[in-house]
Write a new protein. Sequence first.
Length: 198
Amino acid sequence: MNQPNDPESLTELVARIRDHTRNQDRVSVGDLMTAVGERSFGPLVLLAGLVTVAPLIGDIPGVPTLLGLLVLLTLGQLLFQRRSVWIPSRLSNRHISKQTLFKGLQWADKPAAFVDHWTRRRLPWLVSGAGQSLMALICMAVAAAMPMMELIPFSANGGGLALMAFGLSIVARDGLLALVAIATSVGTGWLVITNLPW
């Protein structure tokens, strides 16, 4: 799933996005995909999680749902063993201002460095082969729940954290981080279920 030139850390992902979009006034979903690699499933999921939890960006109504759709498309194609990611042009052309994006990236710099310090190759069987497919299915469940999460305060942040952890666990081949992502997913799911107006 990973490509030879994929970013290998959250810090590198943030730097790539910043460098690739520095000269643009508005940044589209397609621009972000190009920045992290259109054939890179792990980095794309990591990107979706990062944008969801970033202040100013993830708080925009509809953004968590949009990113959930991106993750569903990405991981759905992974399970069907596609070599590259395809998304419809209507989704690819959605955009935000560079100023908003860069404020979110600036916020992410310190947390990214902290997370990368604790990330390493561990329990790789959880993020390869059958383990990787299981991670993809759980991650897709989180993404599918994003529209409901927009109705429950703070739950979209939990979903974004889970996606970010899943993506980073794939990039860094860190199975222990994948377990953290599962725990975060379960906790967020409990928050959503217990707060929905039944």
